[in-house]
Design a protein around this ligand. Structure first.
Ligand code: SAH
Ligand code: MG
Length: 221
């Protein structure tokens, strides 16, 4: 499933220096080493199986890592987000950013920043936003995915739902990439580990390919 035509030499990595700095400058929650691991996972994906899809676009940071690989491989990245923020992004929570509130309605709106990020990165033709609730979109989704990146709501319910509703859309041979997987509770919240990562391994359908920080790359075999 490796596509040598799309793999760049190890010294260059999957992104150019300027693509890397655009991704690093974007607002969001993706440390540089995990972002590069995400892009490297996309290089391994077999795009003949289908497009890529991420849950949790936020301000476009992860899309800046996946988008250039999609462009190079002639596919697209669908980015699903209701753009109203997760629980931990709301007022009074640790990851709240007051700049991202629409003052007229008093709710978060990350879509304008997302669009600006993707525009400035030159990725508008390959990063396709889908604005809506993850489960609602999944219920109507029918296209097999070469790579599914789950980085949406991190509570038990949203994480379980993302696994339950999206996992069946990963094509055999496709990749399931999960962010914020913390086996040690001291490092962070449990749901991506307990409600996505462990069930995926226990399903017997996925095998781990790599781990970088809190990013896990599994393959559906
Ligand atoms: N991948 C991003 C970070 C995502 S943060 C980055 O690289 O920076 C998590 C995102 O999930 C938030 O933008 C939030 O709006 C979205 N989200 C949470 N629950 C959701 C749901 N049920 N449906 C759609 N999006 C959801
Ligand atoms: Mg995350």
């Amino acid at each position: 499933m490796l596509s040598p035509t799309r793999s760049q030499s190890a010294s260059n990595g999957p992104l150019t220096a300027s693509q890397r700095s655009v991704a690093e400058a974007a607002r969001g929650f993706m440390p540089p080493d995990e972002g590069l691991a995400l892009a490297e996972a996309a290089v391994l994906a077999d795009f003949s199986l289908g497009p890529m899809l991420e849950i949790g676009g936020y301000c476009g940071k992860s899309a800046c890592y996946l988008g250039p690989v999609a462009a190079q491989g002639g596919t697209v990245l669908f980015s699903v987000d209701h753009h109203r923020g997760s629980e931990e992004n709301q007022l009074g929570w640790e990851s709240h950013d007051p700049d991202l509130v629409d003052p007229d309605i008093g709710m978060m709106d990350t879509l304008p920043e997302f669009r600006r990020t993707i525009h400035d990165a030159g990725l508008e033709s390959v990063v396709i936003p889908i604005v809506g609730d993850s489960v609602t979109v999944a219920r109507h989704w029918a296209t097999p995915l070469s790579l599914l990146f789950i980085d949406g709501g991190h509570g038990v319910e949203p994480a379980s739902n993302d696994y339950k509703w999206w996992m069946p859309h990963v094509a055999p041979g496709g990749l399931l990439v999960i962010h914020d997987v913390f086996p040690d509770p001291a490092d962070g919240g449990r749901p991506p580990y307990e409600n996505i990562y462990l069930p995926a391994l226990a399903s017997g359908r996925f095998q781990q390919r790599s781990a970088t920080g809190s990013l896990r790359v599994l393959q559906h075999y």
